[in-house]
Design a protein around this ligand. Structure first.
Ligand code: SF4
Ligand code: MG
Length: 325
């Protein structure tokens, strides 16, 4: 359904050209959930914005690649058609609902607007469907709360409103960028469960962008791990957890707090992600990699086929798998 190939995005900054996305390939089948995992600055949000066609930060531009969605090449589609596609066929959920929602419209009116504009329903019917949707995302007393403004909702409830907005036109694909990051842990789990449940119910494809490996295990079918604007590992979720084929993924897994290791230090990955204006040569991860050898400093690893339906951009993926198993 979604097929991204060789996507490249650059930003002009005071420090030079930032290569935010450096040749990313992504595929999402209908009804599938793909988690895109990475630290901040790994290029995951920029990838999502490029796919949605909302790369609006002025200096950012797509310098290469293809984004195909249901057979159409989105990068050459006229903006007018692109706009119609957004919401109707693909929708996005952002981390910060408060800035994504219109502060001067009631939540009910914002939802109703979707049906008025895109479906041409009567005002009365649009209102009724707005309340129905709010009920669907389990906002208590939906009919009453439809008259409230976004700031009158708690963070978790506001995130539900944004999920309702995204679902309104029953798109084939939802891209959720850190949808629960701003919420506290208990609410995070509730919102994530709701999103997973609705995804199944509506049989939508979902791209879940997150820095938190902890939230994806139960939700995603596959994971793509990003580092310095590239995908460094891609695998079905259970394979990746069982045996990561890239040292960066290994590091991420080792830094998840686990109950069975209570009292021991967490093994965080040493060092910091590179600046996107100054990506290290060879394997971009080499300054932080416990396995790095000479060739890692010079040879950019391609995404090697590292088993059935999985890939690793590490020259030594075999060793990684061997040591993990
Ligand atoms: Fe580490 Fe080398 Fe593999 Fe990069 S290619 S992850 S530096 S071992
Ligand atoms: Mg981000």
């Amino acid at each position: 359904m979604l097929d991204v190939r060789g996507l490249r995005v650059e930003f002009r900054t005071r420090d030079g050209v930032a290569r935010a996305v450096n040749g990313v390939d992504l595929r999402v089948a209908a009804g599938e959930t793909l988690a895109v995992l990475g630290e901040s600055g790994s290029g995951k949000s920029v990838t999502a914005q490029a796919v949605m066609g909302i790369l609006d930060t002025p200096p950012g531009h797509i310098t290469g690649g293809e984004v195909r969605f249901r057979g159409r090449d989105l990068l050459t589609l006229p903006e007018e058609q692109r706009r119609r596609l957004r919401g109707a066929e693909m929708a996005m959920i952002f981390q910060d609902a408060l800035s994504a929602l219109n502060p001067v419209l009631t939540v009910g009116d914002q939802l109703a607007e979707m049906f008025l504009v895109h479906r041409g329903t009567s005002r009365r019917e649009a209102r009724a469907r707005a309340v129905e949707l709010m009920d669907r995302v389990r906002i208590p007393a939906a009919a009453q709360r439809a008259r409230d403004y976004p700031h009158q909702f708690s963070g978790g409830m506001r995130q539900r409103v944004m999920i309702a907005m995204a679902l309104a036109l029953e798109p084939a694909l939802i891209i959720a960028d850190e949808p629960t990051t701003a919420l506290d842990v208990t609410v995070q789990a509730q919102v994530m469960d709701l999103l997973a449940e609705l995804r199944r119910e509506y049989a939508m494809g979902l791209v879940l962008i997150t820095h938190d490996l902890g939230v994806v295990a139960d939700v995603a079918d596959r994971i793509a791990v990003m580092y310095a604007g590239r995908i460094v590992e891609e695998a079905p979720v259970h394979d990746l957890y069982k045996a990561p084929a890239h040292p960066y993924t290994r590091g991420l897994l080792d830094s998840i707090p686990r109950l069975d290791r209570k009292g021991t230090e967490l093994d965080a990955i040493r060092g910091l992600p590179p600046s996107l204006t100054d990506i290290p040569p060879g394997c971009a991860f080499h300054p932080r990699c416990p396995r790095a050898r000479d060739e890692c400093l010079t040879d950019v690893p391609p995404l090697y086929a590292a088993g059935e339906d999985r890939g690793s951009a590490c020259h030594f993926w075999r060793e990684c798998l061997h040591d993990a198993g």
